[in-house]
Design a protein around this ligand. Structure first.
Ligand SMILES: O=C(O)C1=C[C@@H](OP(=O)(O)O)[C@@H](O)[C@H](O)C1
Ligand SMILES: C=C(OP(=O)(O)O)C(=O)O
Length: 441
């Protein structure tokens, strides 16, 4: 998997219709790769630990490789073994280093603090898209906590920028507006055990993607830190991190199009390894299935492993959904709701304008171009039922738009998904897995 800008490999993919599925209704099991959010947190926490950590079943994708490359540039080690990736801690080092961000929010937000803890001069830059994504509230907070960060000639507080490491960060109290991305808060919390005074973050504004904050706190605890949250304050005292072994869960947000498939096309799809307890936002899909008239139930496979069985009949009601906590699911959910028999409204996701692309604008434009009646609001989308037709679905270098295009193709022949390779941000094997689910492997 290349970490080159995927725009370079543009082509189109005709998303298969479910009509072609063997035997009519879907009936299959799919295994999705490891969680991007958990994998990249595990790598960061492992790099901050005192000993080696074996990260089992990690995601291998553009974002995960960018994170490993970033940590290597900052002095950590990563050895690919048959049972996972062995990450060894950051080492001090001098001279210049470069961190390539791609369009990975987790790399752009989680690694600058690590550079400030070291002694290198580290240059950060990435795809054109990451230069437009919000970062400045985080860089401002890091400066207040003692980091030496210099703008690199573009927009202030955006890539390119340089972090000059002076061997550590004082830390302490800081105000943070994390309303544009929960990753700002996660970034401070993940690095805080290594700050001399830890950190106390006083939150200004509302933080989206709440499950991702719960994920950060949970993983900090597993690595030995003691974060405490009280109202709008989060405190992480200094701590020595260590964890020998960590197993990554399947990515439940990557599972979203596979959960959508039986609801949109009718039939059953089983998702292997769905955890009974998790902090992942994708777990909310189980309640969405019920709300949309389908069924999602845990099942045990013949080999004893857990599955989530999702069943639907292709009939979907319109719904009003606040996706503030689960924003990354919006593209797939919007695609599903295009097939509902009544109007729908998605709200609470203004921050999606700062994702891989402006997802609200992209979804409204692309779904309208295919015949849909989809309009943007300040913080979401209004979707009114209308028949869709064949056409090109532009994906704006956004993996989740590829997944949304696949869902549209289930019921609309001739959806040409532009640049399917960009899905490699989180699931390089997505197109093959999708064909397999439709019985076309
Ligand atoms: O911390 C994380 O791993 C993530 C947090 C969320 O970011 P935002 O809060 O910016 O939406 C989510 O959308 C992103 O895909 C992954
Ligand atoms: C917003 C997303 O990614 P990132 O980690 O780049 O923010 C996403 O995966 O939907």
């Amino acid at each position: 998997m290349s970490t080159e800008d995927p725009a370079a490999t543009a082509s189109t993919w005709t998303a298969p219709t479910a009509r072609r599925a063997k035997g009519g209704a879907l009936d299959t099991t799919v295994r999705v790769p490891g969680s991007k959010s958990i994998t990249n947190r595990a790598y960061v926490l492992a790099a901050l630990s005192t000993g080696e950590t074996l990260v089992r079943e990690p995601l291998d994708s553009r974002d995960a490789r960018l994170m490993l490359d970033a940590l290597a540039a900052l002095g950590a080690g990563a050895e690919h073994a048959s049972d996972g990736v062995r990450v060894s801690p950051l080492t001090p080092g001098i001279g210049d280093a470069t961190v390539t961000l791609g369009n990975a929010g987790t790399v752009a937000r989680f690694t600058p603090a690590l550079a400030a803890l070291g002694e290198r001069t580290v240059h950060f830059d990435g795809d054109a898209a990451i230069r437009r994504r919000p970062l400045s509230p985080l860089l401002g907070a890091l400066r207040e906590l003692g980091a030496d960060i210099r703008d690199g000639g573009g927009e202030p507080g955006a890539p390119p920028f340089t972090v000059r490491g002076h061997g550590g960060l004082t830390g302490g109290e800081v105000d943070l507006d994390s309303s544009a991305s929960s990753q700002f808060l996660s970034a401070l919390l993940l690095a805080a055990p290594a700050f001399e005074r830890g950190v106390t973050v006083r939150l200004v504004g509302t933080v989206p993607s709440e499950p991702h904050i719960a994920m950060t706190l949970d993983m900090l605890r597993r690595f030995g830190a003691n974060p405490e949250r009280s109202g709008r304050e989060v405190h992480v005292p200094p701590a020595t991190l260590t964890l020998a072994d960590y197993t990554v869960e399947p990515d439940l947000s990557t599972a979203a199009p596979f959960v959508a498939a039986p609801l949109v096309a009718g039939g059953t799809v089983r998702i292997a390894g769905w955890p009974r307890e998790t902090t992942q936002p994708g777990d909310w899909l189980r309640s969405l299935v019920a709300e949309l008239g389908g069924e999602a139930a845990f099942e045990r496979a013949a080999d004893g492993s857990e599955l989530l069985r999702v069943t639907g009949d292709g009939l979907l009601p319109g719904r009003e959904l606040d996706l503030h906590e689960v924003g990354e699911l919006t593209p797939v959910v919007a695609a599903m709701l295009c097939f509902a028999d009544g109007p729908s409204r998605i709200s609470g996701v203004a921050h999606l304008r700062g994702h891989e692309t402006d997802r609200l604008a992209a979804l409204a434009t692309e779904l309208t171009a295919l015949g849909g009646h989809v309009t943007e609001t300040a913080d979401g989308l209004v979707i009114t039922p209308a028949p869709l037709h064949a056409g090109t679905f532009h994906t704006y270098d956004d993996h989740r738009l590829v997944m949304a295009g696949a869902v549209l193709g289930l019921r609309v022949p001739g959806i040409e998904v532009e640049n399917p390779a960009t899905v490699g941000k989180t699931f390089p094997g997505f197109v093959d897995a999708w064909h397999a689910v439709l019985g076309e492997a």
